[in-house]
Design a protein. Sequence first.
Length: 254
Amino acid sequence: MQLSNQDFQVQKDSRKGCLILHGFGGNLVELSPIVEELKNKNFNLFGRNYPGHDVYVEQMPYSTWHDWLQSAKESYLELKKYCDEVNIIAFSAGSLLAVQLANEFDINKIVFLSPFIMLNKSLSFYLPDELAVKIKMLFSKHSKRKGVCLFDKSYEKEASTLVFNQTFNMKSLLSLIELVQKTKPLIKGIRNKALVFHSIKDEIANFKGGRYLYNQLASTNKEFVELNKSKHCILLDFERDFVIKKVMEFIENE
C-alpha cells in the first residue's frame, strides 16, 4: 500500500462523510491505510494537515492548539457542505480535537486511535506532563524525533520519509498539554457512538489515558479495543488489518 502525507478531499454520490484527524507532530500519513480503505467505499472524505504540521523543514514550526482546532473546524464545515452525516476518525492528539468538535457540532460516530490524554511515563519521567515538558524546555526548544513508532519495519522506512519535521517543537507540545487540560472536562458530555483503540505497548500516549477517555465517555454505545502487538502508530503496525476491519464495520453499520 502506498502511503501519503498530503491533504485530500474525496467526494462521492453520498451524504455520509468521514473527517480524518492526525496527531501532534505528525501528519496524515499516520492514517493513510484507513483512508485508502475508505476511498473504496461510498463515503465523502476530508483530511488536512494542521498548521505547523504541513511543511518539510527540519525543525517543527511553532503552532498552538488554537491553530489545530481552527483547522479541524474548517475541515468539518467544508465536509458538512455535502454531508448530512459526519463521522470522525482521529489519531492520537486528533482525539482531543474530535472531542472539541463533538462538543460543538453535530457528529455521528467517533473512532479514537491511540488517544493522547497523557504522556507515557517513560517520556514524562513520572512527573506531571506539564512540569516534565517545562523542564525539558529549559534545555532545548526542540526534541529530536526517534523515527516512526512501529514494531513492523515494513512501513517504517517509507513512513519516515513522509514525516515533515525531524524534531518536536517543545512550546507546541506545551500547548498540547494545555489542550488536554481544556478537553478532559468535555469528555463526560460526549454521547456519540464511539470506538476506542489503544495498545498496551504504546510508548507515546499512556495506555491509561485511553482507558480514561473510554470510561469518561457518556455514550451508551461504546467499545474499547486493547491491542498488544503495536506501538503508537497502530494503523501502520502489525495489527493494522484487524484495526481497519473493526473501524470499517463500525463506520458502515447503522
